[in-house]
Design a protein around this ligand. Structure first.
Ligand SMILES: Cc1cc2nc3c(=O)[nH]c(=O)nc-3n(C[C@H](O)[C@H](O)[C@H](O)COP(=O)(O)O)c2cc1C
Length: 361
């Protein structure tokens, strides 16, 4: 069946295309009596909004969200919550070149093969314009978590930890720095290096990949379901569903394969009558259930496929040709993927919190 929905107890469905009149989502399962207004959602959309620096696409969208269902007198009603954003800055003429040609690395070829019809304007449904609604739904998920667990209990934050081959120095990690530079980077010195590298890539008609890390702090232990809906399995699906993501890891991830059993063991002690782990190689999940430690997810984002350097391709008539993708594109899509990753984390956690309460109370 069509895969435009995500989650079980907290389930959202998105609709809309890059250059259609609007994009939107419906969220089902929002508990009633949670105070909610557009002002709770807008700040998160503003962080993802395009055109905020020369390192992101210059498409200008105010991304003003409207709640059109599910809220009465400032509180959720328990009925489906519907959110809408009008598209404002479509320039479909920029996309004449990709009307018949398939961009290497983009979804043009596969959409054409599957459906036999393709809204090529801005990438249609495959455009990351859709991720604005994930961020909007994620803001609602954050309100659910705050309402049920306590206002300051859970912190969900993301950061860019690598661009191209250049990684942050974790000794210089500063969460406050994330909102001070154009990359959501936690290392001010590395942000300057990234700026130079990305300027160079743009000048050469190229693009760069990135790695994003998302951390949730303050979770209770026990969220998650055995065995197919493990918390880490659902997080992996959530992150992998973001456009351009090619790899996901939890905690030590792929590096765990090079550790021995002693190095990888997160030993347990008692501190003030509470269980305390001495390390967090597992990334906050054991047996698919949260341990109560930081939940740590990283995902790799490929370099933008729409680039000005000519690439060989074919057109829909079976002719070999070349393509130069003009129009407005993110030179490193990993940057704007940071708020999207945070949103997907919030959505998975809200879903699992509601499922947990459904069974365990
Ligand atoms: C926030 C964000 C912005 C993106 N912006 C662009 C873009 O400007 N140009 C582009 O070609 N791809 C962009 N992408 C990636 C494409 O949407 C994606 O590569 C395409 O849908 C094909 O899907 P896949 O890469 O997941 O296989 C962006 C992705 C994200 C997460």
């Amino acid at each position: 069946m069509p895969g435009n929905s995500f989650g079980q107890a907290f389930r959202f469905t998105t609709w809309g295309e890059s250059h259609g009149p609007a994009i939107g989502c419906v969220i089902d399962g929002v508990p009633p009596r949670i105070p909610l207004s557009e002002a709770d959602i807008q700040p998160f959309l503003d962080r993802r909004r395009p055109g905020q620096s020369r390192y992101t696409t210059q498409r200008q969208e105010s991304d003003e969200v409207r709640i059109v269902s599910g809220v009465f007198e400032g509180e959720t009603t328990g009925t489906p919550l519907a959110l809408v954003i009008e598209n404002q800055d479509q320039r479909s003429k920029d996309y004449g070149d990709i009307k018949d040609k398939f961009r290497p690395g983009h979804a043009d070829y596969t959409y054409w093969q599957k459906y036999g019809i393709r809204d090529y304007r801005g990438g249609g449904r495959s455009s990351a314009r859709e991720t604005a609604m994930r961020v909007a739904a994620g803001a609602v998920a954050r309100r659910v978590l705050a309402h049920l667990l306590g206002e300051e209990q859970v912190a969900i934050r993301g950061a860019l930890v690598q661009m191209g081959a250049d990684s942050v120095d974790r000794l210089r990690w500063d969460w406050a720095e994330v909102d001070r530079n154009a990359f959501f980077g936690p290392d001010a010195a590395m942000a300057e290096i990234w700026a130079a590298r990305l300027d160079e890539a743009r000048k050469n008609g190229s693009s760069l990949g990135a790695v994003v890390e998302v951390v949730a702090q303050g979770l209770p232990a026990g969220l998650g379901e055995p065995v197919y809906d493990k918390l880490d399995a659902d997080l992996a699906k959530a992150m992998m569903s973001i456009n351009a993501v090619k790899g996901v890891e939890i905690g030590e991830g792929f590096a765990a394969a090079a550790l021995n059993g002693e190095e990888n063991a997160d030993e347990l002690r008692m501190e003030d009558d509470e269980v305390a782990f001495l390390s967090n190689k597992a990334g906050g999940v054991l047996g698919g259930l949260s341990t109560g430690q930081d939940l740590v997810v990283r995902f790799a984002v490929k370099p933008t496929s729409s680039i000005l350097s000519p690439r060989r391709t074919v057109d829909r008539f079976g002719q070999e040709t070349e393509i130069v993708t003009k129009g407005r594109h993110d030179p490193c899509v990993g940057i704007r993927a940071v708020p999207v990753g945070e949103a997907m984390m919030a959505l998975v956690l809200a879903d699992h919190l509601l499922r947990h309460r459904g069974q365990i109370g």
